[in-house]
Design a protein around this ligand. Structure first.
Ligand SMILES: NC(=O)c1ccc[n+]([C@@H]2O[C@H](COP(=O)([O-])OP(=O)(O)OC[C@H]3O[C@@H](n4cnc5c(N)ncnc54)[C@H](OP(=O)(O)O)[C@@H]3O)[C@@H](O)[C@H]2O)c1
Length: 326
């Protein structure tokens, strides 16, 4: 089978398209023929091996897991003898982070990492959902306790998480401000953001506006700046961002909460937890993934370069195999 492989840490230039053996599922695994896979920030971190956390996960000096790609959608081709939930032919999707292997024509996965794909959802749409939509749901609902009538700000609003978060937030009847670069503001307005801010021109923590809830995928300021932009009893939810800023928020957050009545929360991704809810929202026409692509499997390096530069809108998706049905 074809796979995008890397044997040393580096830029997308170290990725190679190779012919390798098709994997064989273990007793508790299924073999999935991959139709589509999307790119996540985590793929970039593991590829670069740029920080100690990614090196601890995937090898100090060279990568142990050599095929990246976690968010896949495809059709089950074979099942191990202990698999109960699926059978060959089922169309599934899910987040395989931890084992990865999605930038390939076939991948093996534990059955609990996969969910049936609704018939009306394309493989590309399904592949765009797992990490980004789970972070949006868990950030807004589980941590942010979003409520109707609130003022919400999403920082990093035009990427994967932000384009799911705006659609979910609007179901709660909130007023939403989105912060991202100029090139994404028109798309964001068309998606329903009530106000948009170009972060290169305006610092939303210093323009006098206050929010009940902030969802931040790009934490890059001092935690004091963020709490200044919150109303009393407001909640600041951190999805991701600079390690230094995350550590600062982790240590100072509890003290700030005691003194100011404002809450600082972190999302710890629970992979695949809310995929069934996403299926319902999708089938009810309430959420539609925004896809940047479609790239082919040999274009993974190019797609990862574009993702790293941040020029993409929504989710960057690779079509591994075209499927005319969906
Ligand atoms: N908490 C967890 O358990 C967990 C698990 C997995 C991933 N994560 C995190 O989740 C996040 C994934 O986000 P995503 O998929 O939505 O990323 P994304 O698709 O790259 O979107 C991020 C957006 O932020 C914009 N941006 C860049 N710098 C900005 C700034 N200073 N202010 C405002 N916006 C800015 C980018 O646009 P431009 O670059 O064009 O400006 C881009 O549109 C990452 O931070 C990742 O580390 C967290």
């Amino acid at each position: 089978m074809k796979a995008i492989v890397f044997t040393k840490y580096g830029t997308p230039d170290v990725l190679e398209l190779k012919e390798i053996d098709k994997p064989i599922p273990k007793e508790d695994e299924v073999l999935v023929k991959v139709y589509a896979v999307s790119i996540n920030d985590w793929d970039i971190g593991l590829l670069q091996g740029g920080d100690i956390i990614n090196r601890l996960i995937n090898g100090l000096f060279k990568p142990k897991i050599q095929i990246l790609g976690s968010d896949i959608a495809g059709r089950i081709e074979a099942v191990g003898k202990n698999v109960k939930k699926f059978q060959p032919g089922d169309e599934v999707y899910g987040d395989l982070s931890g084992s990865w292997g999605g930038f390939a024509e076939y991948v093996c996965a534990l059955e609990n990492k996969l969910t049936l794909k609704p018939a009306g959802m394309s493989f590309e749409e399904a592949a765009s959902i797992p990490q980004a939509a789970m972070l949006a749901i868990q950030g807004l609902l589980d941590k942010g306790q979003i409520q109707s009538g609130q003022k919400l700000l999403i920082n990093g609003a035009g990427g994967g998480v932000g384009t799911f978060a705006i659609q979910i937030a609007k179901l709660f009847g909130v007023e939403v401000t989105g912060v991202d670069s100029l090139e994404k503001l028109a798309m964001m307005r068309s998606m329903g953001y009530d106000h948009v801010i170009n972060y290169k021109h305006v610092d939303f923590t210093k323009n006098g506006q206050r929010y009940d809830l902030i969802l931040d995928v790009k934490t890059n300021r001092s935690v004091f700046d963020y709490t200044r932009a919150l109303n009393r009893n407001g909640i600041y939810v951190i999805v991701g961002g600079s390690l230094v800023r995350l550590l600062q928020a982790l240590f100072l957050g509890p003290w700030i909460s005691i003194i100011s009545k404002k809450k600082i929360c972190f999302v710890a991704l629970k992979s695949n937890k809310d995929l069934e809810s996403m299926n319902e929202l999708f089938e009810a026409g309430k959420v539609k993934p925004i896809i940047d692509g479609h790239y082919q499997i040999d274009e993974v390096p190019k797609a990862m370069r574009l993702f790293s530069e941040g020029t993409h809108k929504g989710k960057v998706v690779i079509t591994v195999e075209n499927n005319n049905k969906h």
